[in-house]
Design a protein around this ligand. Structure first.
Ligand SMILES: Nc1ncnc2c1ncn2[C@@H]1O[C@H](COP(=O)(O)OP(=O)(O)OP(=O)(O)O)[C@@H](O)[C@H]1O
Ligand SMILES: [Mg+2]
Length: 278
């Protein structure tokens, strides 16, 4: 379980997080959604003990991240936003170094490495140098590495950034599989459809503050069921309807050309953050 209470973080002059409060239950898949600079990475870095908080309390499975950072670090695995594998070493060597950091003995380490490579479907790449792996395989290796010491909480910071649609779906399937094995997952993303597809609950973070926390379904239901997009000269205008007939009547009553579609999480996000006025 992840608990965040009255968390604030200031970097010199920038207040990156403002009174963030959040609880994520064991086994939950939680998505932290927000635009660039919202404070997503800062939150993950504080939760994983990489950055100090300015005020507030955070704990993982009851272990205070500030006071008992060794225990709290054992609770979690981290897949950072930027690739930080050792390019000149093999897949096996990268995993071995990580296992040594967590003081796993050789036998336990090698067994777990084989298990995880099988899990992320990379057994045939064990001896490949990281510099020869594709972007998608590097991400999968980073996920395997984060799971090596069997943490109960996995943090994924923008797990699919820069990957093509097919590879992204493969990573999504892997993330779901990890959750099904009982791991709590906290991921950040600015791909709204990623949160909509994967998350049990999402939080919208904007300029360091949580705007809303809810299930994707509840957030979308607030908007309606159908969305009607009308292309204006320099922008898009969207109207929302609960009933498909009402939407069709609206189209019939206006001469413009419209696109009718189901409401998605992006509609809720745009309405809540005020990034675009309906
Ligand atoms: N080490 C640092 N020193 C000073 N300011 C920082 C530092 N790290 C982050 N910031 C600032 O804190 C704010 C939040 O940054 P953060 O990286 O947490 O955002 P993010 O939501 O992860 O963004 P992105 O989607 O671009 O990854 C930004 O204004 C950023 O410029
Ligand atoms: Mg970030």
């Amino acid at each position: 379980m992840i608990r965040i209470e009255h968390l604030n973080k200031t970097y010199k002059t920038v207040q990156a997080l403002k009174d963030v409060n959040l609880e994520v239950k064991q086994g939950e898949l939680f998505a932290f959604l927000g635009p660039n600079g919202a404070g997503k990475t800062t939150t993950i870095r504080i939760l994983t003990g990489l950055t100090r908080l300015s005020s507030g309390r955070v704990s993982l499975n009851g272990f205070d991240v500030g006071n008992r950072s060794i225990e709290s670090r054992r609770q979690c695995g981290l897949v950072p936003q930027s690739i930080n594998l050792d390019r000149e070493l093999s897949v096996f060597e990268n995993l071995t170094i990580h296992g040594k950091l967590f003081r796993m003995d050789r036998q336990e380490r090698n067994k777990r490495i084989d298990e995880l490579l099988d899990y992320v479907e990379m057994s045939d790449r064990k001896e490949t140098l990281v510099k020869n792996l594709s972007g998608g395989l590097k991400r999968r290796l980073m996920i395997a590495r984060a799971l090596l010491h069997s943490p109960s909480i996995l943090f994924l910071d923008e797990p699919t950034v820069g990957l093509d649609a097919a590879i992204r779906r493969k990573i999504w399937a892997l993330i779901r599989k990890i959750q099904q094995h009982g791991t709590t997952i906290f991921l950040t993303t600015h791909y709204i459809e990623e949160a909509e597809f994967l998350a049990d609950r999402v939080a919208f973070l904007d300029k360091g503050s949580i705007v809303v926390v809810d299930t994707p379904e509840a957030l979308m239901n607030q908007m309606g069921v159908w969305a009607l997009d009308r292309l204006k000269e320099d922008d898009m205008e969207t109207h929302y309807f609960n009933d498909r007939k009402e939407a069709n009547d609206y189209i019939a009553a206006h001469k413009d050309s419209f696109t009718l579609r189901r409401v998605n999480l992006e509609d809720a996000f745009l309405a809540l953050t005020g990034k675009k006025v309906k």
